[in-house]
Structure formats: C-alpha cells, structure tokens
Design a binder for this molecule. Structure first.
Ligand code: COA
Length: 397
C-alpha cells in the first residue's frame, strides 16, 4: 500500500516559509510529497501505521522533515491552524506553528495522505541505503563519523567540526553502530577521537528543541532510550577502548571517559560538565565512576558545580592517562598506539574484560538510573530555560 502511493500523478510542494523552503529544496528533493488525484486517500489505519513506522526509523530525518511531519500530523488530526501565534522568543513553538500555518486550507484527508506518503518515502530511502555502504573493513559509511581501520586499530572520528562535534541523535546512533561493528572486527582496539579543534561539545542542544508531534514527553523518553542504549554499548564494549582527546571536551564526551581504558589528551584540552548550568544531571555513569576515580569531593565540584578541568588537572585526578604537548600530540599518540596494537589482541581483550567485568552490572544499573533522572530533567523548566537562553545568546552574536 505504502509503495503504491508513490505512483504519483501530481506533485504537491508544501508551502513552507522561505527559509525552511530554501533548505528543504536543497537537501530534500527526494522527499517532495506526492499525492494521487483524489481517488486514493489514506485510511485512518494507514495513518496509524505510518505513525508506528516513523518510530522504527534508525536515522534522525532532520529538522525540516520533522517540521513537515508535525505540520501534517496537526492538520490531519486537528484541521486548520487556529492556535494563537507563539512569541518570537519561543522559537521552537514558533517554528512548529509556522509549519502548521503554512499548510493553509489543506483538507484533513489530504494532510493524512501526505503524512503517510512522507513516512513511506523516509522508510524506503532508509532501507535503500542500508547494507549498501559496507567498506572493505566491514564498516558502514556514516554521515556524522568517519571510521578508519588501519594498523590493527579502528578509529571512530566524530566528524561535525562545524558544530564542535556536538552529538546529535543521528550521531548517537551512528557511534553505537560503529562500536557494534568495531567490537567484532579484526582490530586490536578501538579509538574515539574528534575532527577539528574540538574533541566534542557534548549533547547537541538541538536534541531538546526537536519536539515530535506527540509532544516533549515523547522527545524526552526517546532521548532517554537512545542515551541508555548508547552508554550500554560502551559498558559492554569487549576490547580496549581508547580516547584520543584532541581538544576541549564537554558534557557526555567527558562523563563517558570513566569507562574508557586509556585516555590521552593534548595539553590544549579542557574537561567541562556544565550540567547544573543546563538544569540537567550527570550521565555516562559518571555519578558512579567519577567519585571512584577522583574521590567524592573532587567529583562533586566537577559534576555539580561545573568546574572546568585542564588536561593536566584531569590527569592528576586520574581521569586522563597522559597529557602531551599539542605540537607533538598526534604524532606521539599514534606512534605509541601503533606499537600497542601489535600486542596479542585476544590477550588484551580478555585482560580488559577481567578488569571491567565486576563493575558491569553496577554500571548498567547506574546508567538506567541516570537516564530516568535525565528524562525528568529534560522536561523541567530549568532545563528548557537554559537551552532557550543558549540559543538566544547565539542569535544575539
Ligand atoms: N549543541 C548545539 N550546537 C552546538 C553545540 C552543542 N552542544 N556546541 C557547539 N554548537 C554549535 C554552535 O551553536 C555554533 O553553531 P552556529 O555556527 O550555527 O552558530 C557552532 O557549533 C560553533 O560553536 P560556537 O559556539 O560558535 O564556538 P565557540 O568556540 O564560541 O564555543 C562551545 C564552543 C562548545 C564552548 C559553545 O558552542 C558551547 O558552549 N556549546 C554548548 C556546550 C554544551 O552546553 N553542551 C552540552 C553539555 S551537556
């Protein structure tokens, strides 16, 4: 049924606001919405099925598409947009309202039909790309990462340098997938590093502004599921996991370091976990690992009071293994790692597992607890205000 809806007889473009339309036409030509000439209308059952299929997408379809989906869903279920216009400063609700309003007098039946077809196009474009992009090393190609296998090392490189390698939902899923593959490939160990001047700026704060049609509770519970699965992959990773910290690290890119086996940092790196500034709470099992690693008093200053650690301080506290001068960082670290990667890989994997095994159950329990708390935090006024103020400050620059 879904595929047959693509036997389109006429093409209908959403009358989106100019900025959204410009981006949409550049990036999403494949997602133009097609409708049949009136005779085929999606049933309520098709509409519900499409909502379920949407949940199964592995990749985040991006803001533009999500706005379209939101608008079509509202038009299909509530009809024309008669809601009051949100204020200019309420940018999330304003973007949603604009998207809905832009559908004008479209009928509920047409909106339902277009929603079903848009979901169908997303599902089929995802299944077309799946399984295609395996490289010779058995790794897929990714949009937010580069994965390189050489010298018995699998390097996972965070590759959104223009956003300081902030981790959006797609990147969470891609890192998880890359770890899954790296755990099974032929390499001796796996390295996580960043492209550009930052290691990683933590959670992409846009993760909290992409509100699905079902509301912010859905956003929070989906994000908690993705985060929990991501952290679980690190807890269970079967080989040595090494972080090469090429620049400043923020948020979850810092907290998960307690589960890495080696952490090498340039002396230009800093370590910052601004959770209370953002109305949030620690993740990555750091509420357990940081007190274990650095002692309760130091961990409290870092996790509650946003204290920024220099690389040397993080090393003194036991979070970082060794600090290198920035000018020699890449060369020294990679030549050392190439030597380490010649060691017998099974011996390294079993030794790592022996060191970590006893903590695994505890870490999984902590992970669940932290994600539960975050789910509540992400819905809190404290968190929403902090995120709005981040983007407002950006827009003033
Ligand atoms: N989420 C979303 N966007 C982010 C981001 C994040 N975590 N970190 C950086 N970006 C974006 C910026 O908005 C900017 O986007 P733009 O070019 O579209 O304006 C771009 O990346 C470059 O960042 P910018 O702020 O201009 O660089 P900077 O060197 O002045 O500052 C940071 C870098 C990381 C200090 C600053 O971006 C920041 O504070 N980010 C938020 C960090 C954070 O709170 N993370 C969550 C922890 S839980």
């Amino acid at each position: 049924m879904a595929t047959s809806l693509f036997c389109a007889q006429r093409c209908w473009r959403l009358p989106f606001p100019r900025a959204i339309r410009a981006r949409t036409s550049r990036n999403l030509t494949a997602l133009q919405i097609h409708t049949t000439a009136g005779s085929m209308q999606a049933s309520q059952q098709d509409f519900e099925k499409a909502q379920n299929n949407l949940k199964l997408l592995k990749k985040d379809p991006g803001n533009d598409v999500k706005l379209k989906l939101y608008a079509l869903f509202k038009q299909a279920t509530q009809g024309l947009c008669n809601a009051p216009k949100p204020s200019m400063l309420d940018f999330v609700n304003k973007a949603k309202w604009d998207a809905w309003k832009s559908l004008g007098g479209m009928t509920q039946d047409d909106a339902r039909q277009s929603y079903v077809e848009l979901v169908s196009s997303l599902v089929s474009s995802e299944s077309n790309t799946e399984g295609k992009a395996l490289s010779s090393s058995g790794h897929r190609s990714y949009e937010t990462l580069q994965v390189i296998c050489e010298d018995n090392i699998t390097k996972i490189i965070l590759s959104r340098p223009e956003k300081k390698n902030a981790i959006n939902m797609q990147m969470y899923q891609e890192i998880g997938q890359a770890l899954e593959e790296a755990g099974k490939d032929e390499s001796t160990f796996t390295v996580l590093t960043g492209l550009g001047d930052y290691y990683c700026s933590g959670n992409d704060l846009n993760n909290f502004t992409n509100i699905p049609p079902e509301g912010k509770e859905k956003m929070a519970s989906d994000a908690a599921v993705i985060l929990e699965a991501f952290v679980s992959k690190i807890i269970d990773f079967p080989k040595p996991l090494i972080a090469v910290i090429n620049g400043p690290a923020v948020g979850i890119s810092v907290t998960m370091l307690g589960m890495f086996d080696i952490v090498y940092a340039t002396d230009r790196a800093t370590f910052h976990t601004p959770f209370s500034q953002l109305g949030q709470s620690p993740e990555g099992c750091s509420s357990y690992t940081f007190p274990q690693i650095m002692g309760l008093a130091k961990a409290t200053e870092v996790l509650l009071f946003n204290k920024v650690l220099t690389a040397q301080k993080a090393c003194d506290l036991g979070l970082v293994t060794e600090v290198f001068p920035d000018s020699a960082f890449q060369q020294e670290v990679w030549s050392r790692l190439k030597e380490y990667a010649k060691l017998p890989k099974n011996s390294l994997a079993f030794s790592k597992q022996l060191i970590r095994e006893n903590e695994k159950e505890k870490l999984h329990a902590v992970n669940i607890q932290e994600c539960e708390r975050l789910k509540e935090r992400w819905l809190s006024e404290e968190c929403m205000n902090a995120i709005i103020s981040f983007f407002q400050n950006k827009s003033k620059l």
